[in-house]
Design a protein around this ligand. Structure first.
Ligand code: LFR
Length: 478
Protein backbone atom coordinates (compact mmCIF):
# COMPACT_ATOMS: atom_id res chain seq x y z
CA UNK A 1 0.00 0.00 0.00
CA UNK A 2 0.89 3.61 -0.57
CA UNK A 3 1.82 6.53 1.63
CA UNK A 4 0.17 9.92 1.64
CA UNK A 5 -1.42 12.76 3.54
CA UNK A 6 -5.00 13.87 4.08
CA UNK A 7 -6.58 16.64 6.17
CA UNK A 8 -9.35 16.12 8.73
CA UNK A 9 -11.53 18.97 9.93
CA UNK A 10 -13.03 17.79 13.23
CA UNK A 11 -15.42 20.07 15.08
CA UNK A 12 -16.46 19.31 18.64
CA UNK A 13 -18.85 21.23 20.85
CA UNK A 14 -16.02 22.81 22.85
CA UNK A 15 -13.16 22.83 20.35
CA UNK A 16 -12.31 22.23 16.74
CA UNK A 17 -9.15 21.10 15.03
CA UNK A 18 -7.60 20.56 11.64
CA UNK A 19 -5.41 17.49 11.57
CA UNK A 20 -2.90 16.32 9.04
CA UNK A 21 -3.11 12.57 8.77
CA UNK A 22 -0.05 10.70 7.57
CA UNK A 23 -0.78 7.21 6.28
CA UNK A 24 1.72 4.58 5.26
CA UNK A 25 2.03 0.80 5.46
CA UNK A 26 2.93 1.00 9.17
CA UNK A 27 2.13 4.62 9.79
CA UNK A 28 -1.02 6.30 11.05
CA UNK A 29 -0.11 9.65 12.53
CA UNK A 30 -1.95 12.83 13.28
CA UNK A 31 -0.53 16.30 13.53
CA UNK A 32 -2.72 19.16 14.70
CA UNK A 33 -2.16 22.11 12.38
CA UNK A 34 -4.93 24.19 13.98
CA UNK A 35 -6.89 24.11 17.22
CA UNK A 36 -9.58 26.60 18.11
CA UNK A 37 -12.27 26.95 20.76
CA UNK A 38 -15.96 26.44 20.06
CA UNK A 39 -19.05 27.12 22.08
CA UNK A 40 -22.53 28.55 22.04
CA UNK A 41 -23.23 32.20 21.32
CA UNK A 42 -26.41 33.65 22.78
CA UNK A 43 -28.07 35.91 20.22
CA UNK A 44 -31.43 37.65 20.55
CA UNK A 45 -32.97 34.63 18.78
CA UNK A 46 -31.46 32.06 21.15
CA UNK A 47 -28.41 29.83 21.42
CA UNK A 48 -26.40 29.53 18.18
CA UNK A 49 -23.10 28.31 16.78
CA UNK A 50 -20.75 30.80 15.16
CA UNK A 51 -20.36 28.72 12.03
CA UNK A 52 -18.83 31.52 10.01
CA UNK A 53 -15.95 31.75 12.48
CA UNK A 54 -15.55 27.97 12.53
CA UNK A 55 -15.33 28.02 8.74
CA UNK A 56 -12.68 30.76 8.88
CA UNK A 57 -10.68 28.75 11.44
CA UNK A 58 -11.00 25.62 9.30
CA UNK A 59 -9.75 27.52 6.26
CA UNK A 60 -6.73 28.83 8.16
CA UNK A 61 -6.03 25.26 9.24
CA UNK A 62 -6.33 23.99 5.68
CA UNK A 63 -3.89 26.66 4.53
CA UNK A 64 -1.30 25.40 7.06
CA UNK A 65 -2.07 21.82 6.07
CA UNK A 66 -1.50 22.57 2.40
CA UNK A 67 1.75 24.42 3.17
CA UNK A 68 3.06 21.44 5.13
CA UNK A 69 1.78 18.82 2.72
CA UNK A 70 1.83 20.12 -0.85
CA UNK A 71 0.65 16.68 -2.02
CA UNK A 72 -2.46 16.77 0.20
CA UNK A 73 -4.81 14.16 -1.28
CA UNK A 74 -8.15 15.01 0.30
CA UNK A 75 -10.13 16.83 2.97
CA UNK A 76 -12.80 15.28 5.22
CA UNK A 77 -15.13 17.01 7.66
CA UNK A 78 -16.93 15.77 10.76
CA UNK A 79 -18.79 17.45 13.61
CA UNK A 80 -21.48 16.91 16.21
CA UNK A 81 -24.80 15.77 14.76
CA UNK A 82 -28.39 17.02 14.36
CA UNK A 83 -27.76 20.77 13.83
CA UNK A 84 -28.18 22.35 10.42
CA UNK A 85 -28.03 25.55 8.42
CA UNK A 86 -30.91 26.81 6.31
CA UNK A 87 -29.98 28.21 2.91
CA UNK A 88 -31.73 30.13 0.22
CA UNK A 89 -29.66 29.66 -2.89
CA UNK A 90 -26.05 30.04 -1.78
CA UNK A 91 -26.95 32.23 1.15
CA UNK A 92 -27.03 31.05 4.78
CA UNK A 93 -30.18 32.20 6.56
CA UNK A 94 -28.37 33.09 9.76
CA UNK A 95 -26.11 31.12 12.04
CA UNK A 96 -27.34 27.63 12.97
CA UNK A 97 -29.12 27.02 16.25
CA UNK A 98 -27.23 25.15 18.96
CA UNK A 99 -28.91 21.89 19.94
CA UNK A 100 -28.97 23.09 23.54
CA UNK A 101 -31.28 25.96 22.59
CA UNK A 102 -34.59 25.54 24.35
CA UNK A 103 -36.94 26.44 21.49
CA UNK A 104 -37.85 22.88 20.46
CA UNK A 105 -40.63 22.04 22.96
CA UNK A 106 -43.33 23.20 20.53
CA UNK A 107 -41.67 21.22 17.73
CA UNK A 108 -41.75 18.03 19.80
CA UNK A 109 -45.43 18.50 20.53
CA UNK A 110 -46.26 19.11 16.87
CA UNK A 111 -44.31 16.04 15.71
CA UNK A 112 -45.69 13.67 18.34
CA UNK A 113 -49.24 14.85 17.66
CA UNK A 114 -48.86 13.43 14.12
CA UNK A 115 -46.50 10.59 14.93
CA UNK A 116 -46.30 9.33 18.51
CA UNK A 117 -42.78 8.39 19.57
CA UNK A 118 -43.37 4.64 19.27
CA UNK A 119 -44.39 5.15 15.65
CA UNK A 120 -41.35 7.33 14.92
CA UNK A 121 -39.08 4.74 16.51
CA UNK A 122 -40.38 2.04 14.19
CA UNK A 123 -39.64 4.30 11.21
CA UNK A 124 -36.28 5.84 12.15
CA UNK A 125 -34.93 3.71 15.03
CA UNK A 126 -33.73 6.82 16.89
CA UNK A 127 -33.67 7.47 20.62
CA UNK A 128 -35.67 10.44 21.82
CA UNK A 129 -33.48 13.49 22.23
CA UNK A 130 -35.38 16.78 22.49
CA UNK A 131 -33.12 18.34 19.86
CA UNK A 132 -33.34 15.72 17.09
CA UNK A 133 -33.39 17.57 13.78
CA UNK A 134 -37.01 16.77 13.00
CA UNK A 135 -38.14 18.57 16.16
CA UNK A 136 -35.92 21.52 15.36
CA UNK A 137 -37.29 21.72 11.80
CA UNK A 138 -40.85 21.46 13.10
CA UNK A 139 -40.06 24.47 15.34
CA UNK A 140 -38.60 26.36 12.33
CA UNK A 141 -41.77 25.66 10.43
CA UNK A 142 -43.80 27.37 13.11
CA UNK A 143 -41.44 30.33 12.84
CA UNK A 144 -42.07 30.52 9.07
CA UNK A 145 -38.42 29.88 8.12
CA UNK A 146 -39.09 26.80 6.02
CA UNK A 147 -41.00 28.88 3.52
CA UNK A 148 -37.94 31.03 2.93
CA UNK A 149 -35.33 28.28 2.79
CA UNK A 150 -34.65 25.97 -0.13
CA UNK A 151 -32.04 23.76 1.53
CA UNK A 152 -31.10 22.48 4.96
CA UNK A 153 -27.52 21.28 5.37
CA UNK A 154 -26.10 19.54 8.43
CA UNK A 155 -23.00 21.23 9.87
CA UNK A 156 -20.26 19.19 8.09
CA UNK A 157 -22.28 19.27 4.86
CA UNK A 158 -22.64 23.05 5.22
CA UNK A 159 -18.86 23.41 5.47
CA UNK A 160 -18.38 21.06 2.52
CA UNK A 161 -20.80 23.26 0.59
CA UNK A 162 -18.77 26.38 1.44
CA UNK A 163 -15.62 24.61 0.22
CA UNK A 164 -17.04 23.06 -2.95
CA UNK A 165 -20.41 24.60 -3.81
CA UNK A 166 -21.86 21.06 -3.76
CA UNK A 167 -24.88 20.21 -1.61
CA UNK A 168 -25.04 16.68 -0.22
CA UNK A 169 -26.17 14.99 2.95
CA UNK A 170 -23.77 12.42 4.34
CA UNK A 171 -25.62 9.36 5.57
CA UNK A 172 -24.19 8.70 9.06
CA UNK A 173 -25.08 12.22 10.12
CA UNK A 174 -28.36 12.27 8.18
CA UNK A 175 -29.34 9.21 10.22
CA UNK A 176 -29.47 11.45 13.33
CA UNK A 177 -32.11 13.76 11.85
CA UNK A 178 -35.03 11.39 12.39
CA UNK A 179 -35.93 11.79 8.72
CA UNK A 180 -34.05 8.76 7.37
CA UNK A 181 -35.85 5.42 7.25
CA UNK A 182 -34.22 2.72 9.33
CA UNK A 183 -35.46 0.12 6.83
CA UNK A 184 -33.55 1.31 3.77
CA UNK A 185 -31.46 4.36 4.70
CA UNK A 186 -33.37 6.74 2.43
CA UNK A 187 -35.09 10.03 3.24
CA UNK A 188 -38.57 9.42 4.60
CA UNK A 189 -40.50 11.71 2.25
CA UNK A 190 -43.83 10.55 3.66
CA UNK A 191 -42.81 11.53 7.19
CA UNK A 192 -41.57 14.90 5.90
CA UNK A 193 -44.93 15.49 4.20
CA UNK A 194 -46.84 14.57 7.34
CA UNK A 195 -44.79 17.04 9.38
CA UNK A 196 -44.92 19.85 6.82
CA UNK A 197 -41.17 19.69 6.26
CA UNK A 198 -40.55 20.07 2.50
CA UNK A 199 -38.40 17.11 1.49
CA UNK A 200 -36.93 19.35 -1.22
CA UNK A 201 -34.89 20.91 1.63
CA UNK A 202 -32.94 17.69 1.93
CA UNK A 203 -30.06 17.15 -0.50
CA UNK A 204 -29.10 13.79 -2.01
CA UNK A 205 -27.60 11.30 0.44
CA UNK A 206 -23.99 10.17 0.03
CA UNK A 207 -22.11 7.39 1.79
CA UNK A 208 -18.85 7.85 3.67
CA UNK A 209 -16.05 7.45 1.14
CA UNK A 210 -17.87 9.13 -1.72
CA UNK A 211 -16.29 12.14 -3.35
CA UNK A 212 -18.17 15.38 -2.63
CA UNK A 213 -16.31 17.71 -4.99
CA UNK A 214 -13.30 19.83 -5.85
CA UNK A 215 -12.49 23.00 -3.96
CA UNK A 216 -14.01 26.15 -5.41
CA UNK A 217 -11.38 27.46 -7.88
CA UNK A 218 -10.74 30.63 -5.85
CA UNK A 219 -10.14 28.57 -2.71
CA UNK A 220 -7.92 26.05 -4.46
CA UNK A 221 -5.78 28.95 -5.68
CA UNK A 222 -5.70 30.66 -2.26
CA UNK A 223 -4.89 27.49 -0.37
CA UNK A 224 -2.48 26.18 -2.98
CA UNK A 225 -3.94 22.69 -3.11
CA UNK A 226 -6.05 20.64 -5.45
CA UNK A 227 -7.22 18.29 -2.68
CA UNK A 228 -10.75 16.96 -3.13
CA UNK A 229 -13.42 17.05 -0.45
CA UNK A 230 -14.43 13.49 0.43
CA UNK A 231 -17.37 12.36 2.57
CA UNK A 232 -16.27 10.64 5.79
CA UNK A 233 -18.42 9.43 8.66
CA UNK A 234 -19.34 13.11 9.06
CA UNK A 235 -21.13 12.44 12.34
CA UNK A 236 -18.19 12.66 14.76
CA UNK A 237 -19.41 9.60 16.65
CA UNK A 238 -19.46 7.54 13.43
CA UNK A 239 -15.84 8.52 12.75
CA UNK A 240 -14.87 7.76 16.34
CA UNK A 241 -16.38 4.27 16.13
CA UNK A 242 -14.33 3.55 12.99
CA UNK A 243 -11.18 4.09 15.05
CA UNK A 244 -12.17 2.12 18.14
CA UNK A 245 -9.41 -0.51 18.28
CA UNK A 246 -11.84 -3.42 18.70
CA UNK A 247 -10.31 -6.63 17.49
CA UNK A 248 -13.67 -8.35 17.91
CA UNK A 249 -16.67 -6.01 17.66
CA UNK A 250 -18.99 -8.90 18.52
CA UNK A 251 -17.74 -9.03 22.13
CA UNK A 252 -16.82 -5.41 22.90
CA UNK A 253 -18.64 -2.22 23.80
CA UNK A 254 -17.41 1.31 23.16
CA UNK A 255 -17.77 4.62 24.91
CA UNK A 256 -16.98 7.64 22.77
CA UNK A 257 -16.42 10.13 25.54
CA UNK A 258 -16.20 13.84 24.88
CA UNK A 259 -18.90 16.40 25.58
CA UNK A 260 -21.24 13.41 25.33
CA UNK A 261 -20.66 9.82 26.30
CA UNK A 262 -21.95 7.67 23.46
CA UNK A 263 -22.24 4.19 24.90
CA UNK A 264 -23.07 1.11 22.90
CA UNK A 265 -22.10 -1.66 20.54
CA UNK A 266 -21.65 -2.03 16.81
CA UNK A 267 -24.20 -4.22 15.08
CA UNK A 268 -24.91 -5.51 11.59
CA UNK A 269 -28.65 -5.00 12.00
CA UNK A 270 -30.77 -2.50 13.92
CA UNK A 271 -32.65 -3.41 17.10
CA UNK A 272 -35.99 -1.59 17.27
CA UNK A 273 -37.72 -3.75 19.88
CA UNK A 274 -40.08 -2.32 22.49
CA UNK A 275 -37.36 -2.89 25.08
CA UNK A 276 -34.83 -0.90 23.00
CA UNK A 277 -37.33 1.91 22.61
CA UNK A 278 -38.14 1.94 26.32
CA UNK A 279 -34.42 2.03 27.15
CA UNK A 280 -34.14 4.91 24.64
CA UNK A 281 -31.43 3.24 22.57
CA UNK A 282 -30.65 4.60 19.14
CA UNK A 283 -29.79 2.94 15.85
CA UNK A 284 -27.53 5.39 14.08
CA UNK A 285 -25.85 4.48 10.84
CA UNK A 286 -22.16 3.74 10.89
CA UNK A 287 -19.52 3.54 8.22
CA UNK A 288 -19.83 0.54 5.86
CA UNK A 289 -23.47 -0.06 6.72
CA UNK A 290 -22.89 -0.88 10.38
CA UNK A 291 -25.37 0.17 13.03
CA UNK A 292 -24.27 2.20 16.03
CA UNK A 293 -26.61 0.85 18.67
CA UNK A 294 -26.05 3.24 21.54
CA UNK A 295 -27.46 5.64 24.07
CA UNK A 296 -26.41 9.24 24.76
CA UNK A 297 -25.04 9.65 28.29
CA UNK A 298 -24.47 13.24 29.37
CA UNK A 299 -20.65 13.00 29.20
CA UNK A 300 -17.88 15.44 30.12
CA UNK A 301 -20.32 18.29 29.61
CA UNK A 302 -21.24 17.82 33.29
CA UNK A 303 -17.65 18.51 34.26
CA UNK A 304 -16.80 21.23 31.76
CA UNK A 305 -20.00 23.18 32.45
CA UNK A 306 -19.35 22.92 36.21
CA UNK A 307 -15.81 24.19 35.69
CA UNK A 308 -17.18 27.06 33.59
CA UNK A 309 -19.58 27.95 36.41
CA UNK A 310 -16.76 28.02 39.00
CA UNK A 311 -14.64 30.11 36.67
CA UNK A 312 -17.52 32.55 36.20
CA UNK A 313 -17.93 32.81 39.97
CA UNK A 314 -14.30 33.49 40.80
CA UNK A 315 -12.89 34.74 37.50
CA UNK A 316 -9.98 32.35 37.95
CA UNK A 317 -8.86 29.62 35.55
CA UNK A 318 -9.24 26.10 36.92
CA UNK A 319 -6.59 23.49 36.24
CA UNK A 320 -8.39 20.29 35.30
CA UNK A 321 -5.64 17.79 36.22
CA UNK A 322 -5.38 19.36 39.70
CA UNK A 323 -9.15 19.27 40.13
CA UNK A 324 -9.29 15.60 39.11
CA UNK A 325 -6.34 14.80 41.38
CA UNK A 326 -8.24 16.32 44.30
CA UNK A 327 -11.38 14.44 43.31
CA UNK A 328 -9.47 11.16 43.45
CA UNK A 329 -8.47 11.94 47.07
CA UNK A 330 -11.98 12.52 48.43
CA UNK A 331 -14.52 9.79 49.12
CA UNK A 332 -17.04 8.80 46.49
CA UNK A 333 -20.58 9.98 47.32
CA UNK A 334 -22.82 7.41 49.02
CA UNK A 335 -25.27 7.82 46.12
CA UNK A 336 -24.53 8.77 42.54
CA UNK A 337 -26.92 11.23 40.90
CA UNK A 338 -28.78 10.49 37.67
CA UNK A 339 -26.44 11.84 34.99
CA UNK A 340 -29.25 11.46 32.46
CA UNK A 341 -31.64 13.88 34.17
CA UNK A 342 -32.83 16.32 31.49
CA UNK A 343 -32.24 19.28 33.83
CA UNK A 344 -28.51 18.95 33.14
CA UNK A 345 -28.86 19.56 29.37
CA UNK A 346 -28.81 23.34 29.26
CA UNK A 347 -25.91 25.73 29.97
CA UNK A 348 -25.67 27.51 33.32
CA UNK A 349 -25.11 26.66 36.98
CA UNK A 350 -24.56 22.90 36.89
CA UNK A 351 -23.19 22.46 40.44
CA UNK A 352 -26.36 24.18 41.66
CA UNK A 353 -28.56 21.77 39.72
CA UNK A 354 -26.61 18.78 41.04
CA UNK A 355 -27.14 20.06 44.59
CA UNK A 356 -30.88 20.41 43.86
CA UNK A 357 -30.99 16.82 42.65
CA UNK A 358 -29.65 15.57 46.00
CA UNK A 359 -31.69 17.97 48.15
CA UNK A 360 -34.95 17.01 46.44
CA UNK A 361 -34.28 13.48 47.68
CA UNK A 362 -33.45 14.52 51.20
CA UNK A 363 -29.74 13.82 50.70
CA UNK A 364 -26.83 16.08 51.55
CA UNK A 365 -25.25 17.34 48.31
CA UNK A 366 -21.47 17.32 47.79
CA UNK A 367 -20.12 20.74 48.76
CA UNK A 368 -16.48 21.18 47.82
CA UNK A 369 -15.31 21.34 44.22
CA UNK A 370 -13.38 18.12 44.72
CA UNK A 371 -16.45 16.36 46.12
CA UNK A 372 -18.69 17.66 43.34
CA UNK A 373 -16.15 16.58 40.74
CA UNK A 374 -15.95 13.16 42.36
CA UNK A 375 -19.75 12.89 42.32
CA UNK A 376 -19.76 13.76 38.61
CA UNK A 377 -17.10 11.17 37.79
CA UNK A 378 -18.83 8.46 39.83
CA UNK A 379 -22.23 9.27 38.34
CA UNK A 380 -20.83 9.17 34.82
CA UNK A 381 -18.97 5.92 35.49
CA UNK A 382 -22.19 4.38 36.83
CA UNK A 383 -24.19 5.60 33.83
CA UNK A 384 -21.51 4.23 31.48
CA UNK A 385 -21.43 0.85 33.22
CA UNK A 386 -25.19 0.41 33.37
CA UNK A 387 -25.63 1.56 29.77
CA UNK A 388 -23.04 -1.00 28.62
CA UNK A 389 -25.03 -3.67 30.47
CA UNK A 390 -28.26 -2.54 28.82
CA UNK A 391 -26.64 -2.46 25.37
CA UNK A 392 -25.49 -6.01 25.89
CA UNK A 393 -28.90 -7.22 27.11
CA UNK A 394 -30.85 -5.52 24.33
CA UNK A 395 -28.55 -6.67 21.54
CA UNK A 396 -27.77 -10.11 22.94
CA UNK A 397 -24.11 -9.37 22.43
CA UNK A 398 -21.64 -10.25 25.21
CA UNK A 399 -19.25 -7.54 26.41
CA UNK A 400 -15.82 -8.71 27.49
CA UNK A 401 -14.02 -5.39 27.08
CA UNK A 402 -15.08 -1.75 27.01
CA UNK A 403 -13.17 0.61 24.74
CA UNK A 404 -13.24 4.21 25.90
CA UNK A 405 -12.08 6.66 23.22
CA UNK A 406 -12.03 10.45 22.94
CA UNK A 407 -10.96 13.09 25.46
CA UNK A 408 -12.39 11.05 28.34
CA UNK A 409 -9.62 8.48 27.81
CA UNK A 410 -7.29 11.02 29.49
CA UNK A 411 -9.42 10.99 32.64
CA UNK A 412 -7.87 8.16 34.64
CA UNK A 413 -10.32 8.32 37.51
CA UNK A 414 -13.23 8.02 35.09
CA UNK A 415 -11.66 5.08 33.24
CA UNK A 416 -10.84 3.23 36.45
CA UNK A 417 -14.23 3.80 38.04
CA UNK A 418 -15.99 2.74 34.83
CA UNK A 419 -14.02 -0.51 34.88
CA UNK A 420 -14.80 -0.97 38.60
CA UNK A 421 -18.51 -0.35 38.21
CA UNK A 422 -18.82 -2.44 35.03
CA UNK A 423 -16.67 -5.30 36.30
CA UNK A 424 -15.04 -5.42 32.85
CA UNK A 425 -11.62 -4.11 31.73
CA UNK A 426 -11.62 -0.66 30.12
CA UNK A 427 -9.19 -0.11 27.26
CA UNK A 428 -8.63 3.65 27.02
CA UNK A 429 -7.64 5.45 23.82
CA UNK A 430 -7.07 6.72 21.29
CA UNK A 431 -7.94 10.22 22.46
CA UNK A 432 -8.22 11.43 18.89
CA UNK A 433 -10.36 8.54 17.65
CA UNK A 434 -12.68 10.85 15.72
CA UNK A 435 -9.91 12.45 13.69
CA UNK A 436 -8.34 9.02 13.09
CA UNK A 437 -11.63 7.62 11.81
CA UNK A 438 -12.04 10.64 9.56
CA UNK A 439 -8.50 10.17 8.19
CA UNK A 440 -8.89 6.42 7.64
CA UNK A 441 -12.09 6.72 5.62
CA UNK A 442 -10.47 9.36 3.43
CA UNK A 443 -7.34 7.26 3.06
CA UNK A 444 -9.43 4.39 1.74
CA UNK A 445 -11.39 6.68 -0.58
CA UNK A 446 -8.24 8.01 -2.23
CA UNK A 447 -6.62 4.57 -2.46
CA UNK A 448 -4.00 4.84 0.31
CA UNK A 449 -5.59 1.96 2.23
CA UNK A 450 -7.67 -0.95 1.03
CA UNK A 451 -10.10 -3.25 2.75
CA UNK A 452 -13.09 -3.51 5.01
CA UNK A 453 -13.84 -1.61 8.20
CA UNK A 454 -11.90 -4.27 10.13
CA UNK A 455 -8.79 -3.51 8.06
CA UNK A 456 -9.10 0.19 8.83
CA UNK A 457 -9.49 -0.59 12.53
CA UNK A 458 -6.56 -2.90 12.48
CA UNK A 459 -4.39 0.06 11.46
CA UNK A 460 -5.38 1.70 14.73
CA UNK A 461 -4.76 -1.47 16.73
CA UNK A 462 -1.23 -1.64 15.29
CA UNK A 463 -0.34 2.00 15.90
CA UNK A 464 -2.26 3.12 18.99
CA UNK A 465 -1.81 0.98 22.09
CA UNK A 466 -4.68 1.55 24.55
CA UNK A 467 -4.12 1.85 28.30
CA UNK A 468 -5.80 -0.93 30.24
CA UNK A 469 -7.78 -0.40 33.45
CA UNK A 470 -8.74 -3.62 35.21
CA UNK A 471 -11.70 -3.62 37.58
CA UNK A 472 -10.65 -3.61 41.22
CA UNK A 473 -11.42 -7.13 42.53
CA UNK A 474 -13.85 -6.07 45.25
CA UNK A 475 -15.55 -3.20 43.53
CA UNK A 476 -17.90 -4.91 41.15
CA UNK A 477 -21.20 -3.17 41.69
CA UNK A 478 -24.29 -4.82 40.32
C1 LFR B 1 -21.21 13.91 19.98
C2 LFR B 1 -22.54 14.08 19.27
C3 LFR B 1 -23.52 13.00 19.62
C4 LFR B 1 -24.82 13.69 19.32
C5 LFR B 1 -24.55 15.01 19.95
C6 LFR B 1 -25.39 16.14 19.48
O1 LFR B 1 -20.35 14.94 19.67
O2 LFR B 1 -22.36 14.12 17.88
O3 LFR B 1 -23.33 11.80 18.91
O4 LFR B 1 -25.94 13.04 19.83
O5 LFR B 1 -23.18 15.26 19.69
O6 LFR B 1 -25.20 16.39 18.13
Amino acid sequence: TASGTVAAIDLGATSGRVMLGQIGPDVLELEAVARFPNGPVRLASGLHWDLTRLYAEALAGLASAAREAPDLASIGIDSWAVDYVLLRGDRMLGEPFHYRDERTAAGIEAVHARHPFADLYRRNGLQFLPFNTLYQLAAERQGGMLEVADHALLIPDALAFQLTGVRVSELTNASTTGLVRIADGQWDAQLCDDLGIPSSLLPPLVDPGERIGSLRPDLAADLGTSAEVVAVGSHDTASAVVAVPMTDPTSAAYISCGTWGLVGVELEHPVISDAAREANFTNERGVDGRIRFLHNVMGLWLLSESVRQWERETDEAIDLPTLLGNAAEVAAPAEVFDAGDARFLTPGDLPGRIADWYRERGMAPPITRAAITRAIVESLAEAFASTVRTASELSGQPVRTIHLVGGGALNRLLCQRTADRAGVPVLAGPVEATALGNVLVQARAVGLVAGALEDLRYRVVRTHQPRQYDPAPSSRIR
